[in-house]
Design a protein around this ligand. Structure first.
Ligand SMILES: Nc1ncnc2c1ncn2[C@@H]1O[C@H](COP(=O)(O)OP(=O)(O)OP(=O)(O)O)[C@@H](O)[C@H]1O
Length: 327
């Protein structure tokens, strides 16, 4: 393993016509880091991974892998990748496919070890094109870890895997990072990013909106979650039982509130940029909430808050009116 930075993007831009799929992105990934790449559909995650793997060339800026070009790093077997698309070769067994991948790698691991790590030993004799979705994902994972690579790139790796397979997969990846490898994965599962990644990158409309630990990203929004139950499960939550029109619209008008949902059972969830002011105003309305909780945002809510304030007009206006506040 080398101490050179594993990945360096220096002001990388990739355009498709008028679309800036990747827009002036600069980042550095280091050995031993597990990094999640997050972003809504079309944010530029796959394009970023393609640029990183040398499958696409930037229009401007430079991509450096392990101190050299993506192509050279890949030819030297220093990068293992598990991409979303692509069927597996037919007519061959899982073991034959893994043997082939190991045979092509300059620093291969033993075939039996690769099969075992991916949980494929029991189905090693099956035809590779006759597998379930989750099994096929595990084969792709095996191909990505066939040799001793410095960087492992995974595009939505756990899609289709069941809970047990997912757990085993991430334990293995953690192990790979502990051995000094860099693991970069794109995902839509924010809870996985939160639980597994040392570092989270948030892409939106091609730009890198956030780069930090999950904790830093949650805190960076400056937002808090405020939740409470309305007395009696109704929307009339006054102390003396008299009615206040406390519907979603009224809650939305409270100071600093940026999002509201009210469940049919009367549980209110709000997002606020100043929880003290919001709660104070709530009491000011004569409402006495039960089970009041004020907490930091989860990664999913932080992600929504970050990406929705990055609107195309640059005005910070919210997108969508029927916004949900994930629990
Ligand atoms: N070959 C292409 N030709 C034209 N536009 C493209 C091409 N590939 C991607 N794009 C556009 O570039 C932008 C980024 O796409 P990309 O596939 O990188 O996003 P993504 O974050 O991986 O999305 P998803 O989560 O849906 O997989 C999108 O607006 C997409 O429509």
């Amino acid at each position: 393993m080398t101490t050179t930075d594993t990945v360096v993007f220096d002001r990388v831009t990739k355009k498709y016509g008028d679309v800036r799929a990747v827009d002036e992105v600069s980042l550095t990934l280091r050995p031993g880091e597990t990094v999640a790449l997050l972003g809504p559909n079309g944010a530029g995650k796959s394009t970023t991974l393609d640029l990183l793997l040398g499958l696409k060339r930037p229009d401007s800026g430079t991509v450096t892998l392990l101190g050299t070009s993506p192509r050279e790093a890949i030819v030297a077997g220093r990068v293992g990748a598990m991409l979303q698309s692509g069927g597996l070769m037919g007519e061959v067994t899982v073991a034959e496919l893994v043997r082939l991948a190991c045979g092509l790698h300059p620093r291969p691991h033993p075939v039996s070890e690769v099969l075992a790590r991916a949980g494929l030993t029991a189905i090693a004799g099956r035809r590779a094109d006759k597998l379930s979705g989750g099994q096929a994902q595990r084969v792709r994972f095996a191909l990505a870890t066939a040799g001793d690579s410095d960087l492992i790139v995974l595009d939505e790796p756990t899609t289709g895997m069941d809970v047990t397979a997912r757990r085993a997969f991430w334990a293995t990846m953690r192990d790979q990072a502990d051995q000094g490898r860099t693991v970069l994965f794109a995902t839509h599962y924010l809870e996985e990013a939160d639980a597994i990644a040392d570092r989270v990158l948030v892409l939106h409309r091609g730009r890198l909106l956030a780069d930090g630990t999950a904790t830093e990203i949650k805190a960076s929004t400056g937002m808090r979650r405020v939740s409470f139950d309305l007395p009696g499960g109704t929307h009339d939550g006054t102390q003396d039982g008299t009615s206040v029109a406390l519907d979603e619209a009224a809650l939305r008008r409270l100071p600093a509130v940026t999002a509201v949902t009210v469940s049919p059972g009367g549980t209110v969830r709000m997002r606020s940029s100043d929880a003290d002011a919001t709660v104070h105003a709530l009491y000011g309305l004569g409402v006495y909430p039960r089970n009041l909780e004020v907490a930091g945002l989860g990664l999913e809510q932080a992600f929504v808050a970050l990406t929705e304030t990055d609107d195309p007009t640059g005005t910070g206006a919210r997108t969508g009116t029927e916004e949900a506040v994930p629990a």
